[in-house]
Design a protein around this ligand. Structure first.
Ligand code: FAD
Length: 271
């Protein structure tokens, strides 16, 4: 339960943080809220030689209405996102998702950028970001680039953010009709399966968490949705899935959950 020894850096600016990442190379890891990385270090599942704590970097925790989209700084905590009037008004599904992450302690420290960078297959934001067709803004020695949610999550705990890049901002469109529902055993537990549904006219974008190493779109359910047939569309949500079985649930049960939760998400989003 004691992590391996590490060096600690606490830059005050984004440029300094990027410089430190380059300087320390492969053994360096960004530390944001620490609510995924520190438990992994204590379990010796991660042993970075240097932690670059970005919690003191100014300008990375703002939330703004940018007109056609909302821009959320990577260091915004889950609580910031849940309680932001801008997010509640412009993208209520994201605020509600943030309000359901872990418990209050986790929401006070954990950050949206850290969650997206961690890319845990049971995390809540990745599926919601995918259904929203949001984007991550990342910055590294080569400058800034934009990664769409569809290109961001590449595998188990893996993203297309390079080792020398930092997620600086998440961008989501303004969406009034959306819902995220998850199934867990106890209130603050991680999702066994979660479903995000975002509606626009008679079309739906549906993304699932907990059924694959990355969040996935439920393409067959999206194609079947006609604007009002939640049960019928949801019956297609398991198509193409082959989820793993583990101590939390069998693969078969996860497929069942995907169907049930897709129906609930579509019904909630269209209510
Ligand atoms: P950290 O732990 O600091 O970092 C995580 C990883 O991301 C590290 O590899 C780090 O190097 C990298 N990183 C962090 N920020 C950046 C950045 N800006 N740019 C590039 N890389 C970065 N999550 C859920 O979704 N749903 C839950 O229900 C849930 N329940 C939880 C319950 C408990 C008890 C705990 C401890 C955690 C839970 N979490 C849950 C995870 C929580 O949301 C974490 O806060 C989140 O996954 C990681 O955010 P962080 O800021 O703590 O990141």
């Amino acid at each position: 339960m004691i992590p391996q020894a590490f060096e600690y850096e606490r830059p005050a600016s984004l440029a300094d943080a990027i410089g430190l990442l380059k300087q320390h190379g492969e053994g360096a890891r960004i530390l944001a809220g620490g609510h995924s990385l520190l438990p992994m270090m204590k379990l010796r599942l991660a042993a970075p030689a240097t932690l670059i704590d970005i919690s003191g970097v100014s300008g990375l925790n703002g939330i703004r209405d940018a007109g056609s989209y909302l821009a959320i700084g990577a260091l915004a905590t889950h609580r910031d996102v849940a309680e932001s009037d801008i997010v509640r008004g412009g993208c209520p599904v994201l605020a509600a998702t943030a309000a359901g992450v872990g418990d209050l302690q986790v929401r006070n420290r954990g950050t949206i950028g850290g969650s997206v960078a961690q890319a845990d297959p049971h995390a809540d934001y990745p599926a919601v970001l995918l259904a929203l067709e949001g984007e991550a803004i990342v910055e590294g020695p080569g400058g800034q680039r934009t990664i769409t949610a569809a290109d961001l999550f590449t595998g188990y705990l893996s993203t297309s953010v390079s080792d020398d890049e930092i997620v600086t901002e998440l961008r989501v469109p303004k969406v009034s009709q959306g819902a995220y529902v998850k199934f867990n055993r106890r209130k603050a537990d991680w999702a066994i399966v979660g479903v995000a549904a975002v509606l626009a006219g008679s079309s739906a974008r549906i993304a699932l968490t907990g059924v694959a190493p990355t969040p996935v779109r439920a393409a067959a359910a999206e194609a079947a949705w006609n604007g009002s047939n939640a049960a019928d569309a949801a019956s297609h949500a398991g198509e193409g899935l082959n989820p793993p079985s583990d101590t939390a649930a069998s693969g078969e049960y996860r497929v069942h959950l995907a169907r049930v939760l897709t129906q609930r998400a579509l019904e909630q989003a269209s209510a």
